[in-house]
Design a protein around this ligand. Structure first.
Ligand code: PRX
Length: 635
């Protein structure tokens, strides 16, 4: 939990300019919200009708088997059709869909026509490899256009993608391949990051070695270094795309609205990552509506969502919803500070970016370098700004607003989760802002802050964030584990039928929501979601470690950093070398994002009498705070 989030002293208001409100898709939040709540199903049906359906739905919402809700039941729709196929029948075929810049400075752009053709070709490649509707395909790549093409191609043929973020390594990738039982893996030789090559193919090889379910590996050539290609298993993407089988026409599978579109693994309380399952219908209705209304996307915009496509933000708001809206997106491969801290600002100027959406950690990281770097560039093209992933502290908010947005671009602080598929609590451009608050729920969404019994908390009182009504892009289940799905999200408020978000929050007297942080064993590090259990099991997989406990400790730039406490096995001695070895081990097993900042050796961990590690006690000790109630601590 970040201590920088809630600051009741900062309740100053910021209002959008008249121009922004007047030209917004939704100039009046209050009335649209009210209308949406008067008949949620009618509201979503109207939004769904902005898309092309192969067959219209019979029923908007089926709650008969709650919490396994179904949306647009009986409807046939494919997200690739709305993202690509329908645009190439219009003038949009000539519109730029994607502008891309690699970290070394190479550039590419794709019109809707070209993206459609590349997707068709790759879809045919996948088909020729025997990928069928319902099959899972794992994708493990850097931030390159082929990642987007791969996702769209999988969707097009009705298969299910599971994208694993390139910052994860061998064991994390192997676990996700295993859970999804993917026979095909799409990767690349490497990715550029801070001038270095991240050796993705090498890690993919290790993962496939550990998870032999993979039969074929398709490799995009990006960084060009020598990589091992296993005969009969590994194929170069460019070779396959050159074969006659890779025809540029491919019929889109007429998937059911409730057919799975993707699995995206995220961290939870146990070490086993949760495969969050999203479907074709409701997900596209919800993500396209939220992007259009919150970021007010227009044809002339150049939208830059600076997330990684390997996380939900990238799935929903780099790949799918911008294409559905026929927007022009920008994507950048590498680090924000490479080679200098003005890289982002230089690109905003060069490409005339109108809307920038990023995470507080990136803002804080760039703020550190001072105002001179952004001030060297003309950022006047920016019209709206956005934030996501963790609470944004008011200081970073103001810097973003004043120095980047020059006091004229409202900041859309969007609260949502992998599980929700799209923005849930967020301003629209017409809403008054308070730095650090994600403001109010999106139309059609009912949220509250409640106590353990389900009573609404009073103004500024801490409570649990719940969502009281189903919404179209809600997760449908945890892949292969429906019991865990019910247990995790729906058990706490079973009687009321509410979704437990897993965050603590406060609602102020104006009804504005202030998200404080996670209430479970999830740590947000640089906006990335990591489970303590995943890192702990990474540590104990090292021969020297008998037991480990991991906590998140607040950090000015990264939101939180990881501290680890290890009990060593008999015969091992704690030393600086062992600390380095363990860090290296985590880098390989879980990924560079999970490497603890500090590793301490200890003989004892604070536990409850039933043997649960009391991370709260460790955290208080690390922060030099009182330990609170320790009555359940074992002797
Ligand atoms: O704790 C909340 C935090 O990120 C969690 C969800 O993480 P993930 O599934 O990785 O999705 C991140 C991108 C949507 C939430 O439970 N979080 C996300 N956005 C915000 C936030 N906390 C405060 N303010 C936000 N805007």
């Amino acid at each position: 939990m970040s201590d920088m989030s809630f600051n009741p002293a900062t309740t100053d208001w910021y209002y959008p300019t008249e121009d922004i409100v007047k030209n917004a898709h939704v100039p009046d939040y209050e009335s649209v919200y009210k209308e949406s709540m008067s008949d949620i199903e009618a509201f979503w049906a109207k939004r769904a009708s902005t898309l092309e359906w192969f067959k219209p739905w019979d029923k908007v919402l089926d709650s008969s088997n709650a919490p396994f809700y179904k949306w647009f039941v009986g409807g046939k729709i494919n997200i690739a059709h709305n993202a690509l196929d329908r645009h190439v029948k219009t003038w949009r075929k000539n519109k730029v869909a994607l502008i891309w810049e690699g970290e070394p400075g190479d550039k590419k752009s794709y019109s809707y026509w070209r993206l459609w053709q590349e997707t068709n070709k790759f879809a045919n490649v996948l088909k020729s490899m025997g990928v069928k509707k319902g099959d899972r395909v794992t994708i493990y790549m850097g931030r390159i256009p082929e990642l987007m093409i791969a996702m769209l191609a999988v969707a097009k043929i009705g298969a299910i993608h599971s994208v694993v973020y390139g910052g994860f390594s061998e064991q994390a990738l192997a676990d996700r391949i295993e859970d999804a039982q993917s026979r095909v893996l799409i990767t690349c030789d490497g990715a550029w990051l801070r001038g270095n090559i991240v050796e993705l193919k090498k890690m993919a090889d290790q993962a496939v070695h550990r998870s032999p379910v993979v039969e074929s590996v398709i490799v995009v050539k990006r960084t060009g270094q020598e990589v091992h290609m296993e005969q009969g298993r590994d194929y170069w993407y460019h070779d396959l795309m050159g074969l006659p089988i890779a025809s540029n026409i491919c019929e889109t599978e007429q998937t059911d609205a409730e057919d799975p579109l993707f699995i995206l693994y995220t961290s939870g309380t146990t070490g086993k990552p949760k495969g969050i399952l999203h479907t074709h219908g409701g997900y596209q209705v919800y993500t396209s509506t939220t992007l259009e209304w919150v970021f007010d996307i227009k044809d002339e915009d150049r939208w830059w969502c600076a997330a990684d496509p390997g996380w939900i933000t990238g799935h929903s708001y780099i790949v799918y919803s911008p294409l559905i809206l026929g927007a022009t997106s920008f994507m950048y491969e590498g680090a924000p500070t490479y080679p200098y801290p003005n890289r982002w600002w230089k690109m905003v100027e060069e490409y005339g970016i109108t809307i920038l959406y990023t995470a507080p950690t990136a803002i804080r990281g760039l703020m550190r370098f001072g105002d001179a770097w952004p001030n060297r560039h003309n950022l006047s093209s920016l019209r709206l700004l956005g934030s996501v992933g963790e609470p944004i502290n008011p200081e970073a908010w103001r810097w973003y607003y004043n120095v980047i947005g020059k006091g004229k671009s409202p900041i859309m602080d969007t609260w949502w989760q992998t599980e929700t598929g799209g923005f849930m609590i967020t301003p629209l451009p017409s809403v008054g802002l308070k730095p650090g608050s994600a403001t109010r729920p999106f139309p059609g969404i009912e949220v509250d802050v409640v106590d353990d019994e389900g009573n609404s908390c009073g103004p500024d009182e801490d409570g649990k964030l719940v969502i009281k009504q189903p919404w179209p892009s809600m997760l449908r289940t945890i892949y292969g584990d429906p019991d865990r799905f019910v247990q995790q999200y729906w058990k706490a408020y079973e009687k009321q039928g509410w979704y437990l978000a897993g965050d603590s929050a406060r609602k102020d007297k104006d009804g504005y929501i202030w998200v404080i942080g996670r209430i479970d064993d999830v740590i947000k590090v640089s906006g990335y979601r990591l489970g303590t259990a995943e890192i702990e099991s990474g540590l104990v997989s090292h021969k020297a470690v008998a037991e480990a406990a991991v906590i998140g400790v607040p950090d000015d730039v990264r939101g939180n950093v990881i501290y680890a406490y290890c009990i060593l096995r008999a015969g091992f001695q704690g030393s600086d070398e062992l600390v380095d070895q363990l860090k290296d081990h985590i880098r390989h097993e879980v990924g560079p994002i999970a490497v603890p900042t500090k590793i301490e050796f200890t003989n004892l961990l604070p536990k409850t009498r039933s043997g649960k590690i009391m991370r709260r006690v460790l955290k208080s000790r690390a922060l030099g705070l009182p330990e609170g109630d320790i009555s359940t601590l074992e002797e």
